[in-house]
Structures are given as structure tokens and as C-alpha cells.
Design a protein around this ligand. Structure first.
Ligand SMILES: Nc1ncnc2c1ncn2[C@@H]1O[C@H](COP(=O)(O)OP(=O)(O)OP(=O)(O)O)[C@@H](O)[C@H]1O
Length: 289
């Protein structure tokens, strides 16, 4: 589903002395099937955007459209429940919301709540369990006996079992060790590709945005500061520094390499191996000239 924010502003505690404009005249478009990263430092408005995406709040000004659903100050979809079944949100530390006696019951809770028949729920559980890296024998265990990483996968399975078209991920790898973070993000990337899931990744991590997203929206104080491909956004060293963000490690390395050796290797989201190949080629060219 396409997502569009048209000149959206949102004010918390409107008409009170504590009124606070959290997003201000924000416009962007997320095409169906894309993987978009929304980044920005604390307080830049990321969570407020997420709350619009599943209709927890509506714009104070402007318009949000998600597929055929439209949210404005005066208008909300009559079928809000359907919107919430189409947009799955993996909130930060989703494992804190597990509560059922067994893993299976926890995964089934969401789809059952949306009225999915039990045979279909069972079928979904069968498909989703391996897709999130869990095994069948865990299904009858208590979620509270599992490791932190496994608990998070159970919570994610519960969101996927709703079969959303859009998956919104709020810092999904927070609190995991580096290997767990990579495994988690690789899993989302595979799900995005295999199920053509429109994926919105809200993150502080430049490295994850570079590696997984095909489009980046950078926020600052509730406004859009920059947007574009990772190559376009993450090579703007000064502009990033102005909003207390750093360029990703790979870009830093390429900048240093150019400074030291006077040779430029353009940043194209290469892997370490690809960069090593480019350096080897430059060395070989140097020897042969
Ligand atoms: N319930 C609320 N009442 C008043 N102001 C709020 C409320 N929630 C958030 N804000 C303010 O709105 C602005 C945007 O907050 P938001 O949580 O959307 O930012 P964020 O980018 O998600 O931050 P973080 O990275 O810390 O989660 C901040 O200035 C924040 O203090």
C-alpha cells in the first residue's frame, strides 16, 4: 500500500498550555513495496509518524493516506480495525507485550482478534514460525522461558500473523547484541523481499538505513530535513553534522581513503568485499601505469 503524508502537522495536547507541535508541515511518499528508513535524533518526530500510520492519532493539519484509508483532522476511516490489520507495527521492545501461556497462543492472539478462523490461524502459524527463525517445538512452551531474542521473534510472528501489507519497525534491533541485530535485520529484509511487504524502518542506526533501505527520510525537529537514496543522503557529511548525525562508517572510510591516497571510490552501498576489490584494482592500475 502506498503511504502519503501531505503537509501534515501534529500538535500534542492541543488547546492546552502544554500544546507541542511534534511534526510540522511534513510531506513524503512511500511507494508500495519499498523499504524506507525514517531517521532522526531523539524527539525529531519518528514515533509520532508511526502513530499516524496505524491511526492511533490523526493529523492536526494536513492529510495522511495509507492505501485507500484517509486520515485528516475531521475524517477518520470508518473501518479503523481494517487499517490496523493492514499496517502491522512492531513497537520497540515488542517482547514486553507477550502475555499468553504458550508461544502458539501469543502468535494467534492478533489474527484471532481480527476474526481470522482457527484453521487459517493455524496455517499462518505453521508458515510464520520458520520465517521468523523459530522452531515448532517452541510453540507449546511459555514465551517467558525463551531467550530475549526468541521472545522478540514471537512478538514479531504475532504481528506477521495478521498478514499486514505494511510492516512498521520501531528500532527493531534495539538491545540485541551485534550478531542478534544483524540476524534480526536480515530477517526483516528477507520478509520484505519474499512477501513484497512495504517496510518502514524507524531507526537511529545509519548503518541499518544504508544497508537495507532503498529510500531514506531524515527528520529534524519534526520537519523533513533531507530525503533520497542512501547514497544521496549519506554522502552529505556537513548537512548530517548540522543535525548531530554522522556519516556511516563505510562512507567515513571512503572519505579517509581519498584524503590519504588521493583516489576516490564513489559510495554505492558496496559490501566490504566489493570495496576491497575496488582498492585492489586501484593498486593494480597504479602498478601497471
Ligand atoms: N504525549 C506527548 N505530549 C507532548 N509532547 C510529546 C508527546 N509525545 C511526544 N512529544 C514531543 O513531540 C516531539 C516528537 O516526539 P517523538 O516521540 O515523535 O520523537 P522521536 O523521534 O520518536 O523520539 P525518540 O527517538 O526519542 O523516540 C518531541 O519533542 C516530544 O517531546
Amino acid at each position: 500500500m502506498d503511504i502519503t503524508f501531505n503537509n501534515v502537522s501534529y500538535i500534542y495536547q492541543r488547546n492546552s498550555p502544554f500544546a507541542h507541535k511534534a511534526i510540522d508541515d511534513l510531506s513524503f511518499h512511500i511507494p508500495s513495496g519499498s523499504f524506507v528508513a525514517i531517521i532522526g535524533h531523539t524527539g525529531s518526530g519518528k514515533s509520532t509518524i508511526i502513530q499516524h500510520l496505524n491511526g492511533l492519532v490523526r493529523p492536526s493539519e494536513g492529510e495522511v493516506t495509507i492505501g485507500d484509508f484517509k486520515l485528516t483532522k475531521d475524517e477518520k476511516p470508518t473501518n479503523m480495525k481494517e487499517l490496523r490489520s493492514r499496517v502491522g507495527v512492531v513497537f520497540q521492545y515488542p517482547e514486553h507485550q507477550l502475555f499468553e501461556e504458550t508461544v502458539e497462543k501469543d502468535i494467534a492472539f492478533g489474527p484471532e482478534n481480527f476474526g481470522v478462523k482457527s484453521t487459517e490461524v493455524n496455517q499462518r502459524i505453521k508458515e510464520i514460525t520458520p520465517a521468523v527463525g523459530l522452531t515448532d517445538e517452541l510453540l507449546q512452551r511459555s514465551p517467558f522461558d525463551l531467550s530475549g531474542g526468541q521472545m522478540r521473534r514471537v512478538a514479531i510472528a504475532g504481528v506477521l500473523a495478521i498478514r499486514p501489507d505494511v510492516l512498521v519497525l520501531d528500532e527493531p534491533s534495539a538491545g540485541l547484541d551485534p550478531r542478534g541485530q544483524k540476524e534480526m535485520m536480515d530477517m526483516f529484509y528477507d520478509l520484505h523481499n519474499e512477501q513484497a511487504l512495504t517496510t518502514v524502518l524507524v531507526t537511529h542506526s545509519m548503518e541499518d538505513a544504508v544497508k537495507y533501505a532503498d529510500h531514506v527520510i531524515l527528520l529534524n525537529n519534526g520537519t523533513k530535513y533531507m530525503e533520497g537514496t542512501p547514497e544521496e543522503v549519506f554522502t552529505q557529511k556537513e548537512a548530517l553534522h548540522n543535525v548531530q548525525l554522522d556519516v556511516p562508517e563505510m562512507v567515513q572510510f571512503l572519505n579517509l581513503f581519498e584524503k590519504k591516497f588521493g583516489k576516490s571510490i564513489p559510495f554505492k552501498r558496496q559490501s566490504i568485499n566489493e570495496i576491497a576489490t575496488s582498492i585492489r584494482q586501484l593498486i593494480e592500475e597504479g602498478h601497471s601505469s
